[in-house]
Design a protein around this ligand. Structure first.
Ligand code: AHM
Ligand code: MG
Length: 342
């Protein structure tokens, strides 16, 4: 008799974060409640993404965002869903979104809380119409200002001081992956019961992998060390001594999730078009770096640790090189040799 997929029913996300909270005797439950609200928003976005092709929710709104990118109908829906779900509960003092030019204040009628949150509501959204995996990324910091409305200062904090980071990937299933800095756990949405169930407890990235992931259409704009690195991954001139396979989806959550699960390396280096890199520090690179390092991997710009960067602007871009320790350390050594030789 053939066997179906193994049933991997685990505890729910809500149960998991409630258990985590018990580890901290003084915890007020505010942080746990914030994670709950993010999870509810993710369920609503997932539902909308799943039926998008049926209800005329694909395509563009006709506006462009702060990054000059065309805003998709689902981008706007996801952005509004997250803001609406988390702003009234008294957990946050300020938010920022990849879709909004400025910090998003908490409306006057709602209480202010101890946390500041940054998010990318629908990452990889240029892939929506082709039914490619997309996702939501979030990052939570404790506020640093004393009270009242949160400010830019609460948002411009280095990745290292995140209290939590996570992403939700709307792929062949909807998976929520999160960390509070020590362990990384993954939960798969069971649509029949409407709950995220633990499916990937304590994720650890392999020490080394077999896949590299980069947009090679940008090769002509790369600097010399970047070209040498990607050539080395292809032809075996790397410390592992093997030729890597190539995979590139063009949706960070999907490329990152594969890298986390299988090992290997994802690179979005600077190029002539985007000399500071393409990905956004606060809403993309820092949360992913925090998750990767908690899973035993590494994240760098090539020249410095992503988590140590002190942000100066809300929509600051950085290069991102993230993945298995062995590959990322090698990449860092290539950039260092190049810098030393100058
Ligand atoms: P987005 O947040 O507007 O969707 O842009 C970010 C996306 C990432 O998901 C992905 O890694 C990258 O842009 C792909 O860029 P490119 O198309 O230049 O390869
Ligand atoms: Mg994005």
């Amino acid at each position: 008799m053939s066997r179906g997929p193994k049933d991997r029913i685990g505890i729910t996300f809500s149960q998991h974060i409630a258990l985590q909270q018990k580890r901290f005797p003084g915890a007020t439950g505010t942080f746990t409640a914030l994670l709950q609200e993010i999870m509810v928003a993710a369920k609503i976005i997932s539902r909308e993404v799943r039926k998008a092709g049926l209800v005329d929710a694909l395509g563009l709104t006709g506006h462009t965002n702060i990054q000059g990118e065309a805003v998709q109908i689902l981008d706007e829906f996801a952005n509004e869903t997250i803001i609406r779900n988390v702003r009234h509960t008294g957990h946050l003092c300020v938010m920022s979104s990849e879709e909004n030019a400025d910090p998003i204040p908490i409306p006057e009628e709602y209480p202010r809380g101890p946390y500041a949150m940054t998010f990318d509501p629908l990452d990889g959204s240029s892939n929506i119409d082709a039914n490619v995996s997309i996702g939501t990324i979030f990052s939570v910091h404790r506020r640093v200002t004393a009270g009242g409305d949160g400010t830019l200062e609460d948002l411009l904090q280095p990745g290292r001081s995140q209290l939590a980071a996570g992403y939700v990937i709307y792929g062949s299933s909807t998976i929520l992956v999160y960390t509070t800095g020590t362990e990384v756990h993954g939960f798969t949405l069971d649509p029949t019961v409407g709950e995220f169930l633990c499916s990937h407890p304590n994720i650890k990235i392999p020490e080394s992998g077999g896949i590299y992931s980069v947009n090679e259409g940008n090769t002509s704009g790369w600097d010399d060390p970047t070209r040498r690195i990607v050539d080395g991954l292809k032809n075996g001139a790397n410390p592992v001594g093997k030729a890597y396979s190539s995979r590139y989806i063009g949706s960070l959550v999907a490329d990152f999730h594969r890298t986390l699960v299988y090992g290997g390396i994802f690179l979005y280096p600077p190029d002539r078009k985007s000399p500071r890199g393409k990905l956004r520090l606060l809403s993309e690179a820092a949360p992913m770096a925090f998750i990767m390092e908690a899973a035993g991997g590494r994240a760098t710009t090539g020249r410095e640790s992503v988590l140590e960067i002190q942000p100066t602007e809300l929509h600051q871009r950085v290069p991102l090189i993230v993945g298995s320790r062995r590959e990322v350390e090698w990449v860092e050594s290539v950039y260092k040799e190049d810098a030393d030789a100058r």
